[in-house]
Design a protein around this ligand. Structure first.
Ligand code: SF4
Length: 426
């Protein structure tokens, strides 16, 4: 039996790197410091044991060679292959995927196009006044969670970086750090807040605009309630923000995927700027999938664009809303779909799934998931971040090296992509 200290959790964008993992006979038997999500990830031993291929509407076992050959053939003969996913794997595989897609003249998109894609659009327009999670822990005396519920989605965010995390300048976090939660419903996180702001669904933009006006000293323009929030509470929130020494806003899909989408995020960034005229304020997207940030980084290094990149013109072209996976599928444009490090079968709109059921789908994933139902080929791989080492990015943009904790005979997803690439280029 051995224990590996400071292991990194490959589940959510917190990338907690202080886990203790105990291993016996090359099996993980316990995890210390992890949340319930981490325990489920590390201790799950149900996985697909061999590649499968769909024939006559039934799945049959195959060898890796056959599954890779068939996948390469499908991709080589496709006019418009779509590569989707990437947030559940490491940067090394993401880079290999971009290279393969470019050779084939396909479209490559990652899951940010259905989560924080609008945040990236807003950041491209007005910049990003962000900071590391370490800065938040050490300095922030005010934290605002807007449209997110970290108690359930990122369970250790509060204990590692905010409400319960004492830091260099915030010695007793629970007492000294104020917490404001803004959401359309009272969540577990809202129960912990000093101030809960309940807004009407779709009211984020109006509330952000009202807060900006109050910060600018123009509360005379504001009606008595804004999207269900009393003016008196909005004024109180602004007072709390101005009195803080260091405020940190974290926002989730409640902001990016509700009415006004990227305009909400742009408005939140503008509010952060307004507040920074009075004190120090920062803003950070709550990235969900553990390495979705890395996918944006890797895509940007290699193509100039963070997601939804189309190589059909022989050069990288980016136009979210046209080149994003949801749009390509809804327009019934791609003729093969390659899925890795995500489960679009569980998350994409019905119209997309209907089309996925009509085209060949290649799935590279260690586990049977909702996308397996659509897959014509599924190739199981080593579990990224547990059975392979590699690079992943935390939600604040800090890259971390993940450790290989146990040995495996399963190939890595990078190896599978590279073997397909070799066949494709001959
Ligand atoms: S908060 Fe996220 S990264 Fe941290 S242990 Fe839980 S699931 Fe893993």
């Amino acid at each position: 039996m051995k224990t590996t200290a400071n292991a990194t959790c490959p589940f959510c964008g917190c990338l907690c790197d202080d886990l203790s993992v105990t291993i016996e006979d090359n099996r993980i038997i316990s995890v210390d410091n992890g949340c319930a999500l981490a325990n489920a990830k590390f201790l799950d031993d149900k996985r697909l044991q061999h590649p499968v291929i769909r024939e006559n509407n039934r799945l049959r076992e195959s060898s890796y060679e056959e599954a890779i050959e068939i996948s390469a053939d499908l991709l080589k003969n496709a006019d418009r292959p779509l590569f989707f996913g990437w947030s559940g794997t490491q940067v090394e595989a993401q880079c290999a995927g971009v290279n393969l897609c470019e050779v084939l003249g396909g479209v490559i998109d990652n899951t940010s196009s259905i989560c924080h894609g609008p945040s990236i659009l807003a950041i491209q327009e007005v910049g990003h006044p962000g900071c590391t999670l370490g800065q938040v822990k050490n300095r922030a005396d005010l934290v605002i969670y807007w449209g997110c519920n970290p108690s359930e989605s990122h369970p250790r965010h509060l204990s590692k970086y905010t409400t319960y995390a004492s830091g260099f300048f915030v010695k007793n976090a629970h007492r000294e750090r104020k917490l404001i939660v803004v959401d359309v419903r009272k969540t577990e996180s809202a129960d912990l807040a000093d101030e809960f702001v309940q807004i009407n669904p779709g009211g984020d933009y109006a509330v952000l605009s009202a807060l900006r006006a109050i910060v600018r000293g123009r509360s005379d323009f504001i009606p008595e309630t804004v999207s269900g929030v009393p003016k008196a509470q909005l004024k109180r929130i602004v007072d709390i923000c101005k009195e803080a020494k260091f405020g940190a806003i974290f926002f989730g899909l409640g902001l990016t995927m509700s009415e006004n989408k990227y305009k909400n995020v742009r408005n939140a960034i503008e509010l952060t700027r307004e507040l920074s005229r009075h004190t120090k304020f920062t803003i950070t997207p709550m990235r969900g999938h553990w390495n979705v940030y890395g996918a944006n980084e890797a895509f940007t290094w290699l193509t100039g664009y963070p997601y939804a990149v189309d190589f059909a013109r022989g050069t990288a072209y980016y136009n979210p809303g046209e080149t994003s996976a949801v749009d390509i599928l809804a327009r019934r444009e791609c003729d093969v779909m390659f899925v890795i490090g995500s489960d679009p079968g569980a998350h994409l709109p019905r119209k997309c799934l209907e089309y996925m059921s009509k085209i060949p789908v290649i799935l590279v994933d260690p586990h049977v998931n909702c996308t397996s139902v659509f897959a014509d080929v599924q190739i199981p791989v080593a579990i990224a971040g547990i059975e392979t080492s590699g690079t992943a990015y935390r939600m604040d943009g800090v890259p971390l090296m993940t450790k290989k904790l146990i040995e495996t005979d399963f190939p890595t997803d990078t190896e599978i992509i590279n073997r397909i690439h070799e066949i494709v280029v001959g």
